[in-house]
Design a protein around this ligand. Structure first.
Ligand code: 2IT
Length: 449
């Protein structure tokens, strides 16, 4: 591995050793780039890695709000504007109790490469807060979102930075954020994506991340002459991404047998389909932290408290919950149980040693990193931006067809880049290299800014 890569990673460790998630994401990405850096000395000459790992801007702010008891509460809020070499900053906002600046730096860094892979003109950014939406009333959520936007609005814009949803931020939150932006800026623009259908949102954006994951899985399986049809699938999470993935996997003839929450996972031998998928949305509204109530409604299903679904023997695993939810031991169990493909819907759900294990066994198990396989969400956000700019809306069929084609293109970019740089079948290297090249060359073109 290149000495240049080691030096940059060591500098991160020295600068902020507590940023373990960011260092994890940077390590995974930079480790892929060795062959590129050796072949093309211009990247080192232009200090591209040193510049890439430093956000262009990271804004931190106070978010004061009043709860339903009249008590004043305060959370930190952030927006990390990581890289704008190929377009305005673009990426979601996460409200989750474990969010720190480190979390948002890891997510923003991943987003640079992911957005580049989509082929659309979007830079990388991410924002959020450690605000915990679970158990909050609608009015509390609204006041929090409004306060968050009261600061954020001066840093974003349709040609500057276009946030969207992520964990804890869905259609409702985007609505409250958009409303306050519109009031403050006195402008109706496409400043956020994931908007409602009647006020500039794109059809299929809610489904897009999960649909994209399954389209990507289908492309991967196709390289082995296989398909999703008839596959037994483990999904983790039960939020937006999991919901879309379960829906599309089922449509393609697979049988999804698990979903999960922070409290454990559900195994449903009958398959999670039809009204059970609709019920996932309802469950999320009632308690974001508990998947257990599923078994009260569907009596054949089992709840495994405190466990993760990777212990089940399945053909395909789709981690769609959160970072570091699949470790090395679980990766080994999946492979030993005959799993053919692990396709990530979440951002960085596999630990670094699990990723290395998958890479080392790429002849036995297909593995796609989230930045490639979950890019359908942000890609469809890019399509929402295009529709907003044109002041036109496409039909669901048109958006879905574009999303599908984008996932096919991303898959091809990964496969081609992996082969071109000597590691065929390694989607990690393929995604990182393909994402990197466009951004790095654009940075060189634009000079030292
Ligand atoms: O992780 C992600 O790609 C997202 N949360 C979606 C970002 C977006 O701008 O749609």
């Amino acid at each position: 591995m290149s000495q240049y890569v080691n030096e940059v990673l060591e500098s991160l460790q020295k600068k902020a050793p507590w940023e373990s998630l960011f260092i994890q994401a940077a390590t995974e990405i930079l480790h892929s780039l060795g062959p590129v850096l050796e072949k093309e000395p211009k990247y080192k000459k232009h200090a591209i890695l040193e510049r890439l790992v430093e956000p262009e801007r990271a804004i931190g702010f106070r978010v004061p709000w009043v709860d339903d008891k009249g008590q004043i509460r305060v959370n930190p809020g952030w927006r990390v504007q990581f890289n704008s070499a190929i377009g305005p900053y673009k990426g979601g906002i996460r409200f989750h109790p474990n969010v720190t600046l480190d979390t948002l730096k890891f997510l923003g860094f991943e987003q640079i490469f992911k957005n580049s892979l989509t082929g659309l003109p979007m830079g990388g950014g991410k924002g959020g807060s450690n605000f915990d939406p679970n158990g909050k009333s609608d009015a509390e959520i609204m006041r929090f979102c409004q306060s968050f936007m009261m600061e954020l609005f001066r840093h974003i814009g349709p040609n500057t930075d276009v946030p969207a949803g992520d964990i804890g931020v869905g259609g409702r939150e985007v609505g409250y954020l958009f409303g306050m932006y519109k009031k403050l800026a006195n402008e109706f623009t496409g400043v956020l994506t994931g908007k409602g259908q009647y006020w500039g949102g794109s059809l299929v954006r809610p489904e897009a991340t999960g649909f994209g994951v399954v389209y990507f899985a289908e492309e991967m399986l196709k390289t082995k002459g296989d398909s999703m049809k008839g596959k037994k699938v483990a999904v983790s999470g039960f939020g937006n991404v999991a919901w879309g993935a379960v829906t599309k996997a089922t449509q393609l003839g697979a049988k999804v047998v698990t979903i999960s929450g922070p409290d454990g996972y559900i195994y449903d031998m009958d398959g999670i389909s039809g009204e059970k998928i609709v019920h996932m949305e309802e469950m999320l509204r009632i308690d974001r932290m508990a998947v257990a109530p599923y078994v009260e409604k569907y009596k054949n299903a089992q709840f495994h408290a405190g466990k993760r679904p990777w212990e089940q023997a399945v053909d395909v695993a789709l981690p769609c919950a959160i970072q570091n939810e699949l470790n090395l031991d679980e990766a080994k169990i999946l492979l030993a149980n005959g799993c053919k493909a692990v396709v990530e819907g979440a951002n960085m759900p596999s630990t670094l040693d699990a990723v290395e294990f998958f890479q080392a066994n790429s002849d036995k198990i297909l593995y796609a990193p989230g930045k490639a396989s979950n890019a359908g969400g942000v890609a469809t956000s890019g399509l929402e931006m295009s529709q907003n700019s044109m002041r036109l809306g496409w039909t669901a069929e048109e958006v879905d067809a574009r999303l599908h084609q984008i996932m096919i293109n991303i898959h091809k970019s990964c496969v081609d880049a992996a082969s071109r740089f000597g590691t065929p079948g390694n989607y990690v290297n393929g995604a990182n290299i393909a994402g990197f090249l466009k951004v790095a060359d654009s940075m060189i073109d634009q000079g030292l800014v």
